[in-house]
Write a protein that binds this ligand. Structure first.
Ligand code: SAH
Length: 349
């Protein structure tokens, strides 16, 4: 006798209309779909048993037909500064990381968009894990929903901001990232404001233009780190195919279409980009579009090939940029003691 194996569908792949059809076909009310949808998205339910306003019979029907491929937040490490790092296990066993960063005014979720990364930036720990796959919209959404719960549970405060600065390159998983953001900002999802969301990219010119054409409403950050091609190419291989000229053109196009300022992320390293010539090049690049600069602290990932430049060098950069009206901030790292800071996400545990 052969057993008929019915593979169950991931219920969150269904649109509301499809879920309605599912119930109507079975003689139930379309309204049932609305209830299930609220559980799946607004309440981020992880099992059908949680859906307590549905009859037992309905829950059994759902169980027989569907699965919820929810992420599992496995380990939670807490830093002395309050930062929380989550190891997130996906339905196929792969692991990514996401981080909750509390400050006085904000609680920020830093989320991953890919398992590993294909970009090979020389200073980044994630680059050492080769890219395994893109995250689905749900897997991105779940990371945010989990951090939103943690914000409320551990800090008694709402999640205020989201940054795509975890593992992976969001613009190489553009469709899924934008689908996730759509749900995150929807009233039927987490109802967060697009203006509170920042997508950080290594700077893929073609995709920045696409974002501009799509009139996206979230913020754009570019990991620049050097405004001279030779230096940038030596630490970020993507610069070979996306040189600064193309990146600058794409950013001008972005600003024309969206009128949204660009944030440049920039680490200053000893012996790499710590001269006035580099600061001047950055100034010149910044002048191409309305922008601001975050000078971010380097988080060591190795035995010292890269070293943070001195405070004097940072002051020199500040001076060059601020004198010409470019808002510049020095950003101290958070969560360093648990390897949760920028560029340190590498599934160590
Ligand atoms: N791929 C995207 C998002 C992930 S990286 C991007 O490149 O923007 C998030 C930020 O951390 C980027 O600005 C990246 O350049 C920076 N970063 C990477 N490694 C770092 C390290 N060791 N110390 C400090 N920042 C680092």
């Amino acid at each position: 006798m052969t057993e008929l194996v019915v593979s169950k569908r991931d219920i969150r792949k269904l649109k509301l209309e499809e879920l309605k059809a599912f119930f109507v076909e079975r003689g139930d009310k379309a309204f049932r779909a609305q209830q299930v949808y609220e559980w799946l998205w607004m309440k981020s339910a992880k099992s059908f048993d949680q859906m307590t306003n549905l009859s037992l019979e309905t829950r059994e029907l759902l169980k027989a037909n569907f699965v919820i491929n929810h992420i599992k937040v496995d380990t939670m490490q807490r830093s002395a500064d309050g930062t929380i790092k989550n190891a997130v296990t996906l339905h196929d066993g792969l692991v990514v990381e996401s981080v909750l960063i509390p400050t006085e005014k904000r609680i920020t979720a830093c989320v991953s968009s890919q398992v590993g990364c294909s970009l090979a930036c020389a200073f980044c720990a994630t680059a050492r894990l080769k890219r395994q796959r893109n995250l689905s919209p749900d897997e991105i959404y779940d990371q945010v929903a989990a951090i939103k719960e943690q914000a409320e549970l551990f800090f008694g405060r709402p999640l205020t901001n989201i940054v795509f600065m975890g593992m992976g390159e969001p613009l190489l998983n553009y469709a899924n990232v934008t689908a996730a953001i759509e749900k995150i900002t929807s009233q039927k999802g987490l109802n967060m404001a697009s203006r509170r969301i920042t997508v950080s990219t290594v700077g893929i010119a073609k995709m920045i233009k696409k974002m501009a054409d799509d009139q996206v409403k979230f913020n754009l950050a570019v990991s620049l780190h050097a405004a001279l091609n030779e230096t940038r190419s030596s630490i970020m291989p993507i610069n070979d195919t996306n040189p600064l000229e193309d990146l600058g053109d794409a950013l001008e196009y972005w600003y024309q279409k969206t009128k949204s300022k660009v944030t440049f992320e920039y680490v200053v390293w000893k012996g790499i980009n710590d001269t006035p010539e580099h600061a001047q090049a950055l100034l010149k690049f910044c002048k191409r579009v309305p922008s601001k600069v975050n000078l971010i602290e380097y988080n060591p990932i190795d035995e010292g090939e890269f070293q943070q430049a001195s405070d004097e060098v940072l002051a020199m950069y500040m001076d060059v940029l601020e004198k010409q009206g470019i808002t510049t901030r020095i950003r101290k790292s958070r969560g360093k003691d648990i390897d949760a800071a920028c560029g340190q996400l590498a599934n160590k545990s």
